[in-house]
Design a protein around this ligand. Structure first.
Ligand code: G6P
Length: 615
């Protein structure tokens, strides 16, 4: 969603700001803007892509040593130039991520003081609030001494989530930032100080980063950082060296990030599973120091997530119940957080999130704790993220940065982490003997090679993609642990090719979706050679009998043969419980190639965002 960058240094910062915005493009946005201090406050904004903003910046010849910039994903007000950030109040400018929940009341209050609004956003209230603080116009407060105190004064009025960066033409040597709920980090470099909502935007200038805590307000000058915490006390935060590398977020030889990330999966899985590479047995410590005790104490599992991460959870449910013998439920975070549910203090609450920032997942975790849950575990790809900091146990997947909005390598690495969790729970509950443990570990270790074998099928999958590109609807069928994979395949297709796709457990076909089946309806079937294959074959017959076009991903040995209306792609040999990991890779390739034929924006599909930091 929205992205922030800011800089204060000794040279023109606009190249960094624009480069930072380009790095943040993947998060999803619909307008962009930038403000610098150069003989007063100068601003450029544009609807659409960062490239359009760049053209305006060049046209207006903007430059300056202090500046802030933003990509906006519309929430309050349509995507339009007048709603794009930065928002200004006299000579000060603000960029903001998050949502101010009480903005309507604040807007009325400020209008009553004579402030005129030029946008529909919640952010503009922040700009005027800071201005009102500087002038001492609010509730009998004395005028703030400087921009730093004015931001402190203003944030005290805000309810909701924010990451802010503020500059003013009255203080040309200052960049103020603040955060509550939305992520914000500082870059500490030789030539100045930087701020961003995502570490990747800072990598072009430094790897030395300082993560702000909730409630922090900071003043950045060229050579100092001064911070106050939520209680207004001066505070220092550690500088950490980011393990991200700048080329991890570069496209290299690939045409799209999604393609790059699909093909990075063997490596991402290898990295995530590195800790078991030479191990003869699994140790619970990979989930945190207290994991051994917690895994023994828990009597059930509750998985909470959104989007693709929730499908990883749904797949894991089959593993946890079958292998560990523990009851497992999966909840969509946006539902769970508002649902009256019965907490079980002996349940292990597992939150899954690629970004660790998803607002609903974070709130659901807080909700679970408030309901009385004590055992919490995060599976996440971003070690410094808010969600990871809020759980007692954690497993960090090592997928590397995922830029494509449609999640791929984050999903398969989540699955590998969930399989490790399943095995450890099974061990803790005496459900796994040594021989089985060794066999499962061998299968996990071989997974990167098995995924490579699926990637080699790309030419055949690409050939199928042309059959889908002119369709308006598609149906995905799966059974058992491959039903969530059918759901994920349908999600991938709709996200990036805009073809309406639905997934059903194949046994449900007769209870509704069969009515849709005709010669125009491609029906994708995830057909592993498992205990449900014969049942699935019967479901395929039901489709064929109605003229439906079948596209079957069948394991070696499945004995499903191609015929009129039945297209079969031979996958590698069946991979047992880990087979979902292989089948989803084939479906990722299918949706990628369909989107290519359709010519959609694969990495930045319309209306979607990579990190959904608002509810
Ligand atoms: C967005 C992204 C998806 C992701 C979902 C959950 O919808 O586009 O790719 O699966 O959020 O995100 P999370 O970071 O919590 O896994």
């Amino acid at each position: 969603m929205c992205g922030i960058v800011g800089a204060i240094g000794a040279t023109d910062c606009t190249p960094f700001l624009l480069q930072g915005l380009r790095t943040l493009e993947y998060r999803g946005y619909d307008s962009a803007g930038l403000a610098v201090l150069d003989n007063g406050l100068q601003r450029a904004r544009a609807k659409g892509r960062v490239a359009e903003l760049e053209a305006r910046v060049a046209e207006q010849q903007l430059q300056g040593q202090v500046g802030i910039a933003h990509t906006r994903w519309a929430t309050h007000g349509v995507p339009a130039e007048h709603n794009a950030h930065p928002h200004v109040s006299a000579g000060l400018a603000v960029v903001h991520n998050g949502i101010i929940e009480n903005y309507e009341a604040l807007r009325e209050k400020l209008q009553a003081l004579g402030y005129a609004f030029t946008s529909d956003t919640d952010t503009e209230t922040i700009a005027h609030l800071i201005h009102a603080c500087l002038n001492g116009e609010l509730d009998g407060e004395a005028p703030s001494a400087d921009l730093f105190s004015a931001v402190q004064c203003a944030v005290a009025y805000l309810q909701g989530a924010y990451a802010l960066a503020v500059i003013s033409e009255d203080e040309t040597d200052t960049l103020i930032v603040a955060r509550q709920g939305s992520p914000l980090m500082l870059g500490v470099a030789e030539d100045g100080h930087y701020a961003a909502s995502d570490a990747s935007a800072l990598l072009s200038v430094t790897k030395r980063m300082m993560y702000l805590e909730n409630g922090d307000v900071a003043r950045l000058t060229r050579d100092a950082i001064y911070l106050k915490d939520v209680s207004g006390q001066p505070v220092e935060r550690d500088i950490v060296t980011s393990s991200l590398s700048a080329n991890a977020v570069e496209l290299g030889e690939f045409s799209h990030y999604m393609q790059k990330e699909i093909f990075e999966q063997p490596q991402a899985l290898g990295n995530t599973l590195e800790m078991i590479s030479g191990a003869g047995k699994l140790e619970p410590g990979i989930f945190g120091a207290e994991a051994a005790e917690v895994f023994q104490q828990v009597d059930s599992v509750l998985i909470i997530a959104c989007g693709t991460s929730s499908y990883a959870g749904m797949t894991a449910r089959y593993w946890v119940e079958q292998v560990a013998g523990l009851p497992c439920n999966v909840e969509i975070a946006s539902e769970y957080r508002y649902r009256v549910s019965v907490a079980n203090p002996r349940q292990l609450v597992v939150v899954i999130s690629q970004s660790g920032e998803t607002a609903d997942t974070f709130a659901a975790l807080e909700h679970a704790k408030a309901q009385g849950h004590t055992h919490t575990l995060a599976i996440c790809n971003v070690p410094e993220s808010a969600i990871v900091r809020e759980t007692a146990l954690r497993f960090i997947t090592r997928a590397g940065p995922e830029i494509g909005v449609a999640s791929t390598k984050a999903f398969t690495t989540q699955l590998s982490a969930l399989f490790l969790l399943t095995l450890l729970l099974a061990k803790a509950h005496q459900r796994l003997d040594e021989a089985d443990e060794k066999a499962y570990l061998d299968e996990l270790r071989h997974l990167p090679v098995a995924v490579k074998n699926v990637l080699a099928l790309e030419p055949s999958i690409k050939a199928w993609s042309r059959h889908f590109a002119n369709k308006h609807h598609a149906l995905f069928l799966g059974r058992g642990r491959h039903y969530p994979i059918a759901l994920e395949g349908a999600l991938k297709l709709k996200e990036i090719s805009y073809i309406h796709a639905e997934a059903y457990p194949a046994g449900e076909l007769k209870h509704g979706p069969l009515a849709l089946v005709d010669a125009e309806m491609p029906v994708v079937v995830v057909a592993p050679n498992d205990e449900l294959l014969e049942k699935l074959k019967a479901n395929m017959q039901e489709v064929s009998a109605r003229g439906g076009q079948l596209y079957v991903f069948a394991d070696g040995g499945s004995q499903v043969t191609s015929s009129e209306g039945v297209n079969v792609l031979q996958m590698p040999e069946h991979y047992g419980l880990l087979s979902p990991v292989l089948h989803v890779v084939a479906l990722q390739l299918l949706s990628y190639h369909v989107a290519l034929v359709k010519g959609t924006d694969v990495d930045k599909p319309r209306n979607l965002a990579k990190s959904v930091t608002v509810e």
